[in-house]
Write a protein that binds this ligand. Structure first.
Ligand SMILES: C[S@@+](CC[C@H](N)C(=O)[O-])C[C@H]1O[C@@H](n2cnc3c(N)ncnc32)[C@H](O)[C@@H]1O
Length: 256
């Protein structure tokens, strides 16, 4: 399909989302298939549709952002966080300031709260959770999950913090209260500062190398010295030193 450049500019003007910072082939393939599904034949026709139809616009944002997540995703890495990284951070500081940087529908920040609850009372836990997609954030605030998405939650936490409602599971208000949700575009908004731990998983894979490098630098600037960045399974930093990071364990980097 012709006209992707013009489409990117119009999307940027409308949403502030710069599609040229996302890997092009992958993103274009997804958008093309969505356009076909909507029965449109060109980017122009499709943009005219999302420009006037709210539901179609939300569908576009939803499709673009890929909200797939689950509780305790890649469980062994959460074990490592619990057994090694949090004890390390606690040695340095009595409280820890944490940010889940692409929190999707809430599984990651809520997993974080449960993990931290092994060390702190819930009243002392505050997690900042941000995502570009307001639809995902609204779902996170509701906190209803499928059985499949909570399958890796430890049984005692399942009992304590989830209530079955029909076929779904609702997370308790005690856990919800520990999370502040915020809309934020990692590619253009200023990053908050002073964190001991930042979790950014399964989103950088969608970005170009240049965009990724810029993000690693900003994460580094957002961490206190000795703070930790926790990344996704295919998102290891090739030259951590370039961003003042040192590899602690696979997927965990310390700001030096
Ligand atoms: C695949 S989910 C990952 C969720 C969670 N971190 C995990 O690992 O399970 C990717 C998330 O990144 C968000 N995202 C995509 N582009 C973003 C951007 N520029 N800024 C912030 N979040 C973004 C999407 O909305 C989506 O919720």
């Amino acid at each position: 399909m012709q006209g992707y450049e013009g489409f990117k500019q119009k999307v940027y003007r409308k949403t502030g989302i710069d599609l040229s910072l996302y890997k092009e082939r992958q993103m274009k393939r997804r958008i093309d298939s969505l356009i076909r599904r909507c029965g449109k034949a060109s980017y122009d026709e499709y943009f005219a549709l999302i420009d006037k139809d709210h539901d179609k616009f939300d569908e576009f944002i939803n499709y673009l952002t890929i909200n797939v997540s689950e509780f305790y995703r890649n469980g062994s890495q959460w074990e490592m966080l619990k057994n090694e990284l949090i004890p390390y951070l606690m040695e340095r500081n009595s409280s820890i300031k944490v940010w889940s940087a692409a929190c999707s529908t809430g599984e990651e920040p809520y997993t974080l709260v449960m993990t931290l609850s092994n060390f702190y009372p819930l009243s002392k836990i505050k997690v900042l959770a941000a995502d570009i997609d307001m639809g995902a954030i609204n779902k996170a605030k509701v906190g209803m999950y499928t059985e499949k998405s909570i399958q890796n939650v430890p049984p005692e936490f399942k009992r304590k913090y989830f209530t079955q409602v029909g076929q779904s599971y609702k997370i308790s208000d005690d856990i919800k209260r520990c999370v502040d949700f915020k809309q934020m575009n990692l590619l253009s908004d200023p990053y908050p500062k002073g964190f001991d731990l930042i979790i950014c998983r399964n989103v950088m894979i969608y970005f170009t190398d240049e965009a990724k490098d810029e993000m690693y630098q900003k994460f580094s600037d957002s961490l206190v010295e000795g703070g930790v960045l926790f990344v996704g399974s295919t998102e290891q930093i090739i030259v951590p030193k370039k961003f003042n990071f040192e590899s602690m364990r696979t997927f965990f980097y310390k700001k030096i």
